[in-house]
Design a protein. Structure first.
Lengths: 185, 319
């Protein structure tokens, strides 16, 4: 990791982007009825918290929030082996009749979202499941797309997008790392 | 990254980081047993054999729940040990099972060291579910998890193991595990039921239960094997209860509330009185609940840990 990261969203841009995503979520659902925001551990949970904050300002409603850890639903145990860290999963009550918005920081192959859909199905049958991501970096390996996207980036294979959040990284920005040895986006 | 190797044979030799790692994985797994659908697909397609050469109800059921909640396929094999050729029977049985393509073996055997003996001879992951008087690592881990739930960090905490330490694999796994976590460990029991070299294990020894209660923050009360009396280790059950029994009267004189653990099954009125076992400071049923989570964590962390995968795992597949 010798190359310098490029900042693609600074703190102000992240705040603006999240505000717009919150507005889109409200608009797509004509309000906040039956809405649940479910963040994917760990950075998706942070983004979901910030979306909920904006929605509270706009609509004076506290949208119920949950967290999903998809480690146990991954499809690579046999090839990669067990991950040594498993996070907590908790959902705010029954999912029946709810509109669940899965929130994650970066959408890439789509495998995390596949796992999240499987995990949600074990908890119940929501009326609808949507996907909101701060960054869509392309490179899908499954037929999955996001309903709400903060920013689209074309990132070369081997490149990396890091969403840095204050609670975990003491920074608030999105950075892009090009793959080693050229191959720019 | 492989936190554990191919097998879990004992807590002796595990580092604080490794034990903490297992407990940290077990912690979020508790929630799965509270779901309506108490199941995650993690070990789908894996076959786990519970190979028990000694009767066991609780440990086997706990492992079976753990395996099923992780979606593994399970087969229970209960066999008596042929007294002539133990080693041969054990390995032959396991190799026969392996010929039917299994992934993991959970083994309980009356011979100390049987789990290691087996692990060195088969490809499958081996989890020791109790071997002779050697170790019972998942019991040690569930005790540690229960203590951690209640006490937070175990650093400097004072835990006393009470009773038949001599014949107890639970005691050994507890001593190794607690010491790795930085706790102070003591034992208390009749001299006839303490190993001769007990002080060399780095533990304090209390001859009187009152002194142990005075010192400890938690008591792990071992089951007294009733046949010990026949072999003259103790004069009588009543005498044992009178001298070493954990009773409410004794606990009421303690300078603080003590957590009470017991690996089960209990002999009520012998090593522990009913009003203690069912009392407000008993965490005996939490131990049982935690047992399933700890075993799920161990199954998960060993799954797919073959030597060939260790390298791939280190670099961590991209997310």
């Amino acid at each position: 990791m010798s190359q310098t990261p490029t900042v693609v969203l600074n703190a102000r841009a992240v705040a603006r982007t999240i505000s717009r995503m919150a507005d889109e979520i409200i608009e797509l659902n004509d309000g906040t009825d039956h809405l649940i925001l479910v963040g994917i551990q760990r950075r998706g949970v942070q983004i979901a918290d910030r979306l909920a904050e904006v929605i509270r300002e706009r609509e004076q409603v506290d949208v119920p929030r949950g967290a999903l850890d998809i480690t146990l639903y991954r499809d690579d145990l046999q090839t990669v082996g067990p991950r040594p860290v498993v996070g907590k999963t908790h959902l705010p009550g029954a999912l029946e009749g709810k509109i669940v918005v899965i929130v994650d920081d970066v959408l890439y192959t789509g495998r995390t979202i596949r796992a999240a859909l499987d995990e949600l199905a074990d908890f119940g049958r929501p009326a609808r499941i949507m996907l909101a991501v701060l960054i869509d970096r392309g490179g899908r390996e499954l037929p999955i797309h996001a309903d709400v996207v903060g920013k689209k980036l074309e990132v070369a294979k081997g490149g990396r997008v890091d969403v840095l959040v204050p609670a975990l990284d003491q920074r608030d920005e999105v950075v892009l790392l090009d793959p080693p040895g050229g191959g720019s986006a | 990254m492989t936190m554990l190797g191919k097998d879990l044979l004992g807590l002796a030799g595990l580092s604080r980081e490794q034990i903490t790692g297992i407990l940290d994985v077990a912690e979020p797994l508790k929630e799965i047993s509270e779901r309506t659908i108490k199941k995650v697909p993690t070990l789908r397609g894996m076959t786990v054999v519970n190979l028990f050469f000694e009767p066991s109800t609780r440990t086997r059921i706990s492992f079976e729940f753990a395996e099923k909640r992780m979606s593994a396929d399970t087969v229970n094999v209960a066999t008596a040990v042929s007294s002539v050729s133990k080693g041969e029977t054990l390995v032959d049985t396991a190799r026969n099972l392996e010929a039917m393509r299994i992934d993991m073996v959970v083994v309980r055997h009356p011979g100390s060291g049987a789990a290691r003996f087996l692990a060195e001879r088969i490809e499958s992951n081996v989890i020791n579910a109790g071997d002779g008087t050697c170790e019972h690592p998942t019991q040690g881990l569930l005790d540690l998890l229960t203590l951690r739930d209640k006490l937070g960090s175990l650093e400097g905490r004072r835990i006393c193991i009470v009773g038949d330490v001599l014949h107890s694999r639970v005691a050994r796994s507890n001593i190794w595990g607690l010491q790795a976590m930085g706790a102070e460990v003591a034992v208390c029991g009749p001299r006839s039921l303490l190993p001769g070299a007990i002080r060399e294990m780095g533990v304090q020894v209390f001859d009187r239960i009152e002194a142990a209660i005075d010192w400890a923050e938690a008591l792990n009360v071992l089951r007294l094997q009733l046949e010990r009396m026949e072999f003259g280790y103790i004069p009588s059950l009543r005498e044992y209860n009178r001298v070493f029994g954990v009773t409410r009267a004794r606990l009421e004189r303690a300078p603080r509330d003590l957590l009470i653990l017991h690996p089960g099954p209990m002999n009520r009125g012998v090593e522990i009185d009913s009003d203690v076992a069912d009392g407000p400071h008993s965490v005996i049923l939490q131990q049982v609940t935690n047992g399933v989570a700890v075993r799920m964590a161990v199954l998960y962390l060993l799954a797919g840990n073959k030597a060939s995968l260790a390298e791939v795992a280190k670099t961590g597949g991209a997310t």
